[in-house]
Design a protein around this ligand. Structure first.
Ligand code: F0G
Length: 468
């Protein structure tokens, strides 16, 4: 099948017919060229376009196409069982308990015993009055992907990506990263027992992410250049050296990340929200969300789609700049923002993300660094916590409520993408070092006496009363 045009595959079709011989194929989103599911090419060999996965419509054991209620029941069957052993066929069914692999039929049907799973996913949907109030909503729902094993949503794409690496017999895996992808790659490559190589911008990734990547044993290259330089380098190196590329241009990563939306819809009893708001950098997640919603609607799992809102940092906002012009220009910028995870000036998944925004009647906006940090401090102080880039989603909701685009009663879900401990350097700076930060929670050095503690307690109570 590699390199051929599959006549049975109608261009733009969301699924292969249930009777199709292949379980999954890869298709170039630009020229429609079709590749076998096990082809390791990072992009289209003919036109360098982005690849996407097309699955056969899910079937039951008798080979019949499954309707929406049968599918929902199959997703619920293994929900939230938390233990898993890797590589043991006896435990393979437990992989489906993962928040990714219980959706296996829509991610990588037939992955079976190749699955490399921590497990991951099964992340909570939270609501906190202080955060809702800040956003200007009656109730803001928060899907917190920082609860994944390495502390970010990247684990969902990486379990699929590393599983695919095992399926094709890859000798090594690589990625460029602003930090979270590298931590996830390092963890899953270690579990799979294959060497991992990561390319990160020297001096520009948060310390927690670098620490994880080193701890999990990936070869870590501190590249003199920004993320966009790292991505170009890893693409070239993978092509020349035959390393399997695991950036989010890898279509299997997108398949794994779709499960954020599938799991969210399941948590909402398949009643979609009005808006689904997420931070955006390289646009892999925006693309994955668009594909998940397209497929969920095609399968009848939902009858309408939420409006997707992609939020960029103002200093790294080429996609937000293109949005009001109908995406007629593909902008590239020199990116700068405190939200290092989304410090990206030339997003790779641009075309896929345009489709996601267009199909969902979505929006792309940007927030300043000050707005992002302000939102982060509210999220942190509510006891939820997140890394800086994550807070762009809540800052974005607040902006759209103020502009009257989101109504106070609307059902809104904001995605938090990474854990508060990803960027401890930023926390120390905000709470201990900077003089200009309102609500900084400064640590207090005391003599080792009870009266010193009593003094602090009294001042804390007085401050609480003054604030109430
Ligand atoms: N939030 C966090 C915490 C991220 O780490 C990223 C991307 C994003 C949002 C944006 O997602 O790129 O799919 O639009 N981090 C990548 C990395 C680039 O290398 O870890 P996106």
């Amino acid at each position: 099948m590699t390199g051929m045009t599959d006549n049975a595959l109608v261009p733009e079709s969301v699924f292969l017919p249930a009777s199709h011989a292949s379980v999954s194929l890869q298709r170039c989103a630009s020229c429609q060229m079709v590749l076998d599911a096990l082809d390791p090419s990072p992009d289209c060999p003919r036109c360098r376009g982005l690849l996407e996965i097309v699955h056969r419509a899910p079937r039951d054991r008798q080979g019949h196409a499954m309707d929406a209620s049968a599918l929902r029941a199959s997703f619920s069957q293994h929900c939230c069982v938390r233990s898993l052993g890797h590589g043991d066929p006896e435990n393979a069914p437990l992989a489906q308990a993962s928040g990714v692999w219980r959706f296996e039929s829509l991610v990588m049907p037939g992955a079976g015993t190749a699955i490399v799973s921590h497990p991951e996913g099964n992340t909570p949907l939270l609501s906190r009055p202080a955060i809702s109030r800040y956003a200007g909503l009656v109730s803001l729902l928060i899907k917190h992907e920082g609860h994944n094993p390495t502390g970010s949503f990247k684990d969902r794409g990486m379990t699929a990506g590393v599983t695919q690496a095992m399926r094709i017999g890859a000798q090594a895996v690589a990625c460029a990263s602003t930090g979270n992808t590298s931590a996830a790659l390092a963890s899953y490559a270690a579990q799979a027992g294959i060497p991992g190589l990561v390319f990160v911008p020297a001096g520009k990734i948060a310390i927690g992410k670098l620490a994880q990547t080193l701890a999990f044993g990936a070869r870590t290259l501190l590249v003199r250049g920004d993320f966009d330089v790292c991505l170009r380098l890893v693409q070239e190196a993978s092509r020349e050296l035959g390393i399997y590329l695991l950036n989010s241009i890898n279509p299997w990563r997108v398949e794994g990340q779709k499960t954020i939306v599938l799991e969210l819809l399941q948590q909402l009893d398949w009643q979609p929200p009005d808006f689904l708001v997420l931070p955006a950098g390289n646009l892999g997640n925006t693309s994955a969300f668009g594909k998940a919603l397209r497929e969920a609607r095609e399968l009848g799992l939902i009858d309408r789609v939420p409006r997707l809102v992609a939020v960029q940092a103002a200093g790294a906002a080429p996609f937000a700049r293109a949005f009001p012009e109908g995406f007629s220009t593909r902008y590239r910028v020199q990116a700068e923002t405190v939200a290092t995870a989304i410090r990206i000036g030339d997003p790779a998944s641009w075309d896929r993300a345009v489709r996601a925004i267009t199909e969902t009647n979505g929006l792309v906006i940007s927030c300043s660094d000050a707005e992002i940090i302000d939102a982060k401090m509210i999220i942190d102080a509510a006891g939820v916590g997140c890394e800086p880039a994550s807070a762009a989603s809540v800052a974005g909701v607040r902006q759209l409520v103020r502009e009257g685009i989101i109504g106070a009663q609307d059902r809104v879900v904001a995605l938090l993408t990474g854990h508060v401990l990803k960027d401890p350097g930023m926390l120390v700076e905000l709470h201990q070092q900077r003089e200009d930060v309102m609500h900084a929670n400064r640590p207090i050095e005391i003599d080792a006496t009870v009266s010193a503690v009593a003094d602090v307690l009294q001042r804390t109570r007085a401050a609480a009363l003054a604030g109430a």
